[in-house]
Write a protein of this length. Structure first.
Length: 93
């Protein structure tokens, strides 16, 4: 494909499938709908951006709650470990 494909009377003709393949091969991120039709339609089932946004505050609060639970459990386990160590020392004497 040359620049002649887009000059003179050729500009009024649609590009052929070989040209589309060549363009797509060189520019894989190109929007094929735009390349073929010259237009881009917004999907009718488009989701609003805000509905896809994660609720960071809720996630943060969940993480903090889990941290507090684990921290409390960790403290209890440390205390239990101390008690068990003392019991072992007493038995070994």
């Amino acid at each position: 494909m040359t620049d002649g494909s887009f000059k003179g009377s050729a500009i009024d003709r649609p590009i052929n499938s070989d040209a589309i393949v060549k363009l797509y091969t060189h520019f894989p991120d190109i929007n094929l709908e735009w390349l073929i039709t010259g237009q881009v339609k917004t999907p009718t089932n488009a989701v609003h951006e805000s509905s896809n946004t994660p609720d960071f505050k809720a996630k943060y609060l969940d993480v903090v709650e889990n941290y507090m639970i684990l921290n409390n459990e960790n403290s209890e386990l440390r205390q239990e470990l101390k008690t068990l160590k003392k019991q072992l020392l007493i038995k070994n004497e």
